[in-house]
Design a protein around this ligand. Structure first.
Ligand SMILES: Nc1ncnc2c1ncn2[C@@H]1O[C@H](COP(=O)(O)OP(=O)(O)OP(=O)(O)O)[C@@H](O)[C@H]1O
Ligand SMILES: [Mg+2]
Length: 461
């Protein structure tokens, strides 16, 4: 038998070649080729589904009971599609220090009330984990800690302990003896994940994997990792701000539109059940350039505040600083206002921001952005009780958006007295609330809401 030659594998994308190359021809990354011994054992030894199954007719197949259990955090359960599914594998990714280990330690505590949890850490010692557990007031009797990086040893301990939930923090630190490549390399990450998936599917253990992210913000390791697991959750947020948002990028058992909002406190992550209330809790009053907007995050309406500061420029090219929304979308709204309303933004610097570290990707924020900008440049204020939603077209028209009734209910619940919305949405609205609906068909119609600072009152008309 011929001895297998060494191969070079790109650590960024997994591309294989028999010669060393400075630049990967597949993904274009430099200096990522690592020499490894090709796998001697059959790679198909571990698969997510047992082999040797006979075909079965769909209508004859008896559905196993896919049990979901609550993690103790409603915000996380919503993102998971109603709770953690028995025998599923969930990958949680996020920037360093965002709070992945904190979240998992907290959910181990609540899951540990009824189930046995094995927390495997390849990054921290038992002492460090205990320290964190103390800070988070975790005191479950069913939570077992294991500091280990060898996947075979983890599986052996798992067989001995028979936990209901296995947490691996992080999959990039695990390695298998069967391969010579370093932990964190494509082969090792894939192998560790596959070992966990096999365990989950064959024995019904729910597995939570922590994944690192690379410089670009993607999951480090092979792309195939995302295909292999049942759900991929991203944990994101501005590190300087305390809000953390958990978002599903893939979910085999639920929608990917939902988000969960947490706040990082001294005692760990706390759920924010009413994000709208928190986001607008300390709104400035009687100040120009502010407008509340109502956007949809999945099935949930959220109220956020847009702030626009418009100041005369001293540069040849005026500055445009945009935070919390798409830069190009903001430029589009600015251009529409310049063209359709004749506002001279080209003589001004513009600073646009969304309070609370939220990112608005929903085009229904357009109308709010426009109102904040108009208020900012004219230095006239909007009534405090005004909230806006609607999409703006290039002709300056205001287009209808979806989920109008839900948005109206949320705005009314939070005490807004005037809701500015597209005229088409106003006509179709069946919801009756105490708030006045002010339909607009073009950006020009919004000018009537602005008031001079001295005559500011709560009337919208
Ligand atoms: N004593 C403390 N008081 C308040 N917040 C703290 C305290 N200790 C840690 N934190 C918060 O917890 C965060 C670290 O959380 P955690 O270790 O869970 O992050 P991680 O995502 O697991 O990071 P890594 O990728 O490095 O493992 C810190 O960034 C900080 O915000
Ligand atoms: Mg960690």
């Amino acid at each position: 038998m011929k001895t297998p030659k060494n191969v070079f594998v790109c650590s960024a994308c997994g591309y294989q070649t028999i010669k060393w190359l400075g630049r990967c021809p597949d993904c274009g990354a430099w200096n990522t080729m690592e020499e490894t011994v090709p796998e001697v054992q059959a790679p198909a030894a571990r698969t997510a589904v047992k082999s040797g199954n006979a075909p079965v007719r769909l209508d004859k197949y008896e559905m196993p009971e896919y049990m979901r259990f609550a993690t103790g955090y409603r915000e996380l359960d919503r993102v998971l599609g109603g709770g953690l599914v028995n025998g599923s594998v969930v990958l949680i990714c996020g920037e360093p220090g965002i709070g992945k280990s904190t979240l998992l330690m907290q959910i181990s505590n609540s899951l540990g009330k009824e189930r046995k949890v094995l927390y495997v850490s390849g990054e921290e010692s038992c002492g460090q984990l205990k320290l964190r557990a103390g800070r988070l007031s975790v005191s479950s009797e069913n939570l077992y800690l294991l500091t280990e990086t060898n996947m075979e040893a983890v599986l052996a301990q798992c067989d001995a302990l028979k936990p209901d939930i296995l947490i691996v923090d992080s999959v990039q630190t695990m390695y298998s003896d069967r391969f010579t490549s370093v932990p964190g390399s494509i082969t090792q990450v894939r192998e560790a994940a596959l070992a966990c998936i096999t365990k989950a599917k064959n024995e019904g253990i729910s597995v939570l994997l922590v994944g690192h992210v690379n410089k670009e913000g993607g999951i480090s390791g092979p792309k195939v990792l995302e295909h292999m697991v049942d759900a991929v959750l991203y944990f994101e947020g501005e590190r300087r701000q305390s809000y953390r948002i958990i978002r599903a990028m893939k979910n085999r058992f639920g929608s990917t539109d939902e988000i969960g909002v947490f706040e990082m406190t001294d005692g760990g992550l706390a759920e924010v059940e009413n994000p709208s209330e928190t986001l607008i809790s300390d709104r400035p009053k009687n100040v120009s350039g502010n407008c509340a907007v109502c956007v949809m995050e999945g099935t949930r309406p959220l109220i956020a505040e847009i702030q626009a500061l418009v100041t005369p420029t001293s540069f040849a090219v005026p500055r445009r600083t945009v935070g919390g929304m798409d830069y190009n979308r903001a430029c589009l709204v600015i251009a529409v206002l310049e063209k359709r309303l004749g506002l001279k933004f080209y003589q001004n610097d513009i600073y646009l921001n969304v309070t609370g570290g939220l990112r608005l990707d929903d085009p229904s924020a357009d109308l709010g952005i426009a109102l904040a900008l108009i208020s900012g440049i004219t230095d006239k204020i909007l009534p405090d009780g005004l909230v806006a939603f609607g999409e703006i077209g290039l002709a300056g028209e205001c287009r209808a958006v979806s989920h109008s009734d839900q948005r109206i209910k949320e705005a009314a619940r939070l005490g807004f007295s005037h809701i500015v919305l597209p005229k088409k949405n106003e006509k179709k609205t069946l919801t009756k609330t105490g708030a006045a609906l002010c339909g607009v068909s073009a950006v020009y119609d919004t000018l009537r809401f602005l008031r001079g600072k001295d005559t500011a009152d709560e009337s919208g008309n």
